[in-house]
Design a protein around this ligand. Structure first.
Ligand code: HEC
Length: 111
């Protein structure tokens, strides 16, 4: 590839990235909204600090393995439910779940 072609391809890549951001598809989850969703729907079981209110619950300050999965994987678990956790599909919007998951990631490494 000569310089001109490389320059043109870079331009197209930047343009594409700009369109993706402007379309809303690439907007980051909102941690502040996520806190509200979490406090209303999740804290009753997971605790205000993510340590878990009942024995046998995951402690998200220690076990990061689950929350470090890609958004889509954690989203699916919360949508479908798991073990003692109810399915949130239909109860919460997709965006609300993703925001709550982003907030839960702030538990990682807390003492
Ligand atoms: C009724 C109690 C309850 C509520 C409410 C609840 N959870 Fe859970 N959650 C659990 C339990 C119990 C587990 C452990 C499930 C297991 O490993 O079998 C769990 C596990 C998880 C996990 C880890 C899943 C995995 O892959 O191991 C995530 C993430 C999670 N919950 C997120 C949420 C979010 C987000 C909300 C609120 C929208 C929420 N939970 C509300 C009880 C609850």
């Amino acid at each position: 590839m000569n310089r001109k072609v490389i320059r043109r391809n870079c331009g197209i890549a930047l343009l594409t990235a700009g369109i993706a951001l402007a379309s809303g598809a690439a907007v980051a989850a909102d941690v502040f909204e996520g806190r509200k969703v979490y406090e209303r729907n999740c804290a009753v079981c997971h605790g205000p600090d993510g340590r878990g209110e009942m024995p046998g619950m995951p402690d998200f300050t220690r076990n990061n393995r689950v929350l470090m999965q890609p958004d889509a994987a954690v989203f699916n678990t919360v949508s479908n439910g798991k073990g003692g956790m109810p399915a949130f599909r239909g109860l919460l919007e997709e965006r609300e779940i993703l925001d709550a998951v982003a907030f839960m990631r702030t538990f990682i490494g807390r003492r």
